[in-house]
Ligand binder design. Structure first.
Ligand SMILES: Nc1ncnc2c1ncn2[C@@H]1O[C@H](COP(=O)(O)OP(=O)(O)OP(=O)(O)O)[C@@H](O)[C@H]1O
Ligand SMILES: [Mg+2]
Length: 184
């Protein structure tokens, strides 16, 4: 995986599979400190302690089609090979929080990549899930809350409707350029 955005997509798919109703995704950058953090939090089924203890080992998975789950190990690796820290907290029946931090300027830090595209994909492909995205750099913060969007659009217009989709695509890209300016 060459883009952190694809890691985010992968980790968020775990949250969707866990039956989450609300998923919060933050990308926070502090250029002055050369630090960034990615956080994905869900209210899905969570994991018990035994599962949690082994979940970052690539041979742990509840998949039946193949034995190796790579989402969490790869996300962990992305942080730890770029001067950062990975952490996961989970409570059975409550939800899960995954955090990865990075040195922005580290030679092995993967680029963020098409985070806007991932946001758009998640929002339009998962009508049963609400998302809150936060992008922050210094004083500048952008937020997208699908609960607010759904309220504005009403029940008849889905977030995946073509007009909504193209509006969202532009809105998200503009905001990400304002906040990160292509620096991630
Ligand atoms: N947010 C979550 N909520 C509940 N369980 C989770 C969550 N994230 C991961 N898990 C559990 O941890 C296991 C390992 O996740 P991981 O993403 O590493 O691999 P996978 O999803 O099984 O396979 P892959 O991501 O490679 O397709 C999952 O199978 C799932 O049982
Ligand atoms: Mg996975």
């Amino acid at each position: 995986m060459r883009e952190l955005a694809l890691n985010i997509l992968d980790i968020t798919e775990n949250s969707v599979s866990a039956g989450a109703h609300l998923i919060e995704i933050d990308v926070l950058a502090d250029f002055a400190k050369d630090e960034m953090a990615i956080r994905i939090r869900d209210d899905g089924c969570g994991m018990d302690e035994q599962m949690l203890a082994t979940v970052c080992d690539p041979f742990t998975t509840t998949r039946t089609t193949r034995k190796v789950g790579m989402g969490l190990p790869l996300f962990k690796f992305s942080a730890e090979s770029a001067g950062g820290i990975f952490s996961i907290r989970s409570e059975k029946g409550k939800g899960t929080e995954v955090v990865a931090t990075y040195r922005i300027g580290h030679v092995d830090r993967m680029p963020l990549g098409d985070f806007g595209g991932v946001v758009l994909q998640l929002v339009t492909m998962n009508p049963q899930v609400d998302f809150v995205f936060t992008a922050q750099s210094g004083e500048t913060t952008g937020k997208l809350d699908t609960r607010e969007l759904r309220e504005i659009l009403g029940e008849d217009i889905p977030l995946g409707a073509p007009e909504v989709r193209s509006f969202l695509r532009e809105y998200i890209q503009e905001n990400l350029v304002d906040i990160f300016g292509g620096r991630l």
